[in-house]
Design a protein around this ligand. Structure first.
Ligand SMILES: [Zn+2]
Ligand SMILES: [Zn+2]
Length: 103
């Protein structure tokens, strides 16, 4: 019987390929007495998701009223009632200035 050194709970055996992993509900896992940190990859993944989001915004040729740059990200948002026109938002690629326009 093995116990988690982190929280003291009983470890559950988990067969992974040819070897046995001992896992705890807190996320701790060990194999052959060696510690494997399963959370290792997580922070990197979070950063990747954030980067993807920024890249996903389409770019349009709308002039920034602040710096005059002619490339802006844009997205639309429906405000209040469904029969009202949607609001278009712009964000300057260069200076990050954000503004909106009613269509
Ligand atoms: Zn634990
Ligand atoms: Zn700008």
């Amino acid at each position: 019987m093995m116990f988690c050194p982190k929280c003291g709970s009983m470890l559950k055996p988990l067969k992974e390929g040819a070897r046995i992993m001992w896992v705890c509900s807190c996320g701790y896992r060990t194999t052959d007495g060696k510690i494997e940190i399963s959370e290792k990859i997580k922070p990197k993944k979070d950063i990747e998701i954030v980067e993807e989001k920024a890249e996903r915004l389409p770019i349009t040729e709308e002039q920034c009223p602040k710096c005059g740059n002619e490339k802006s990200y844009f997205w639309t948002k429906q405000t209040r009632a469904a029969d009202e026109p949607e609001t278009r938002f712009y964000k300057c690629v260069k200076c990050g200035h954000t503004w909106r326009e009613y269509s």
